[in-house]
Design a protein around this ligand. Sequence first.
Ligand code: ATP
Ligand code: MG
Length: 286
Amino acid sequence: MAEAILQFEDVSLRFEDNLVLDRVNLTVNRGDTFILLGAAGSGKTVLLKLAMSLIQPSSGRIRLLGHDITDLKESELFEIRSEVGILFQEGGLFDSLTIEENVGYPLRNQKRLRAPEEEILTRVTESLEFVELGHTLDKFPSELSGGMRRRVGIARANVTNPKLSLYDSPTAGLDPITAHTIMSLIVKQRDLRKTTTVLATHRYQDGAMAANYQWDEATHDVVRAVPHGQYASLNTSFVVMKEGKIAFLGEQQQLEASRDPYVSQFVLHQPPPRIGPGGDRGHLPA
Ligand SMILES: Nc1ncnc2c1ncn2[C@@H]1O[C@H](COP(=O)(O)OP(=O)(O)OP(=O)(O)O)[C@@H](O)[C@H]1O
Ligand SMILES: [Mg+2]
């Protein structure tokens, strides 16, 4: 039977008289990828924050990794949270800390994870090498490009080898090539470390990549799992949020078939397959 990693049961969230989530129900099972789409302000970020209990719902229950976290105290959340990695929408790197210190932060500051210094350095280096930034240990965030900082954020989210990774708009504001690199790294993390993944994005291509591309160790790149024109799915669900409600939840093929005028705005239909060298490999159109 599928193991539920994250469950929302009738979750509502209200800020004063603003109902920002309205009875959301959602189950993310082990090995799933969930892609959250939806207009600005539709509730993607609050959903991710609720998943880690960084904010509390006004009503409903949230279960994370088998625990009901709805009413847990901060002290009781530490251990459960240490199994979850998050990349914040704003990046969340500390400007005054080096890249090594930023990525090592969860290992040095989460009680359960606290490890000997030499082990921390090994894990930080590994995590940075995973995102191909092994050479940046001693630099500061301001010395890196926006895309590199995003990769550092991915390294920090995953340095604890979490069971669940949450990524809030990891490709926002990046050029198409860098956005592709970021998504490749997220797919790499998912496939090599078997990380359950929830990702908020404005880019349909990010979801299409998660649903159809797999990490290939031989070529050290993502490759399509099925030919163009077919849907691989790869346990990927798409969620379209509309004003705090789930307007759509299903696979890519169902999403593309949706006739709902709001939902279909989030679909970018793919052009016909390109013919030429490289076959089915190659980058998704930007
Ligand atoms: N701390 C807060 N206090 C009051 N209102 C908040 C707070 N955090 C979020 N909101 C409101 O909740 C709603 C959902 O915000 P959220 O940040 O989840 O949107 P989003 O879907 O992530 O948007 P974007 O695509 O711009 O990132 C918005 O109306 C926002 O103003
Ligand atoms: Mg957001």
